[in-house]
Write a protein that binds this ligand. Structure first.
Ligand SMILES: Nc1ncnc2c1ncn2[C@@H]1O[C@H](COP(=O)(O)OP(=O)(O)O)[C@@H](O)[C@H]1O
Ligand SMILES: [Mg+2]
Length: 325
């Protein structure tokens, strides 16, 4: 019998359009000989069609596995994962904790720091207390200012002086009540795909060559001028180090299924820093997550097969857990 895969996409986040594009490519990659696909579209107001997934176990007898292709808020942050846990449905990608820790740039850094993984120096400010004094005292310019819980570079800016810093904080504060101020790294941007549950594997890395001062929203989605280099042109030891760090970061945040770990490589010191992890990375036909796997020997269709198998595997393992005496 064919596995029935529910692809949930769209959603209320600013990454709605990207989610639609990613979902189209995931659906095109589901081999019709093996899978039957069921589409669950969520519009920008949060309305589901043709119907919502209900939280009661057994309420969706026609679904075998859910593939959430929702980027950002209400999708990549543990919320939809919570719904799917309640419904007792197997689903692709990280669970509730891994999703929410990975989504929050500050929690992610704290978890990485606890394992002595290399992260960029940062200071946290809040919407209520936007005082930049601590950042000014601790960090040199240029600085990057980010809302803690967003993606696609929305609300992120680079500050070159105290005046710009104040404006950047005010800008980021529109998007989150927690704001990260971090040291700007002058260097290269690298990415690595990770796949797996208990034994995660890292792909060959790629390099992103932004066409602007940094990899901002326009560069990611509108200009199509950023270049990529796959595999990244790095000495073998650096590639090894990067792949090892990608897996360590993935484990540290309790990620499962898939994740794309993004790095900054500082030119002056040659040091690699983990910038962030994305638990539902872009999945469009030109997205780097699937492309890095393709380059590493796992073509798109086989990648989808593995992700579905990992979802079923986790669900089976969870079934072996007792939740009561
Ligand atoms: N500390 C930093 N130093 C240099 N560039 C950075 C730094 N942090 C972010 N950037 C730039 O900003 C982009 C977006 O930041 P990122 O943390 O990846 O947020 P998002 O989750 O929105 O992708 C990065 O791809 C990079 O170009
Ligand atoms: Mg990023």
């Amino acid at each position: 019998m064919k596995l029935r895969i529910a692809v949930v996409y769209g959603g209320r986040s600013g990454e709605h359009e990207i989610s639609v594009r990613s979902a189209k490519s995931v659906m095109a990659g589901l081999d019709p000989a093996k899978y039957e696909k069921i589409e669950y579209f969520i519009d920008q107001q949060g309305k589901w069609s043709p119907r919502p997934i209900l939280p009661e176990p057994g309420a969706q007898p026609d679904i075998d596995v859910v593939f959430p292709v929702l980027h950002g808020t209400f999708g990549e942050d543990g919320t939809i994962q919570g719904l799917l846990e309640l419904a007792d449905l197997p689903y692709v990608g990280a669970g509730v904790l891994g999703s929410s820790v990975s989504m929050d740039k500050e929690m992610m850094k704290r978890v990485c720091a606890e394992r002595a993984l290399p992260i960029v120096d940062y200071v946290t400010v809040t919407r209520e207390n936007q005082d930049p004094a601590a950042a000014l005292a601790k960090l040199p310019f240029p600085l990057f200012v980010k809302p803690a819980n967003l993606g696609s570079s929305v609300g992120i800016s680079k500050a070159h002086n105290a005046e710009e810093l104040q404006a950047s904080i005010a800008c980021a504060a529109q998007y989150d009540r927690k704001i990260i101020v971090e040291r700007g790294i002058i260097g290269r941007e690298l990415e690595c795909s990770v796949l797996g549950n208990e034994q995660p594997l890292a792909s060959l890395p790629c390099e992103i060559l932004p066409s602007r001062e940094f990899y901002d929203y326009d560069d990611k989605y509108l200009l199509a001028e950023a270049k990529t280099q796959l595999p990244a042109d790095l000495p073998a030891e650096k590639t090894d180090e990067l792949r090892r760090l990608a897996v360590e970061c993935y484990r540290a945040v309790d990620c499962e299924g898939m994740g794309r770990v993004d790095f900054l490589l500082e030119i002056a010191t040659g040091k690699l820093y983990i910038n962030e992890i994305n638990t539902i990375p872009g999945f469009t036909s030109i997205s780097m997550y699937p492309k890095m796997w393709e380059q590493s020997g796992i073509p798109f269709g086989a990648l989808i097969d593995q992700l579905i198998e990992l979802a079923l595997d986790r669900h089976r393992r969870k079934k072996a857990t007792r939740f009561a005496r």
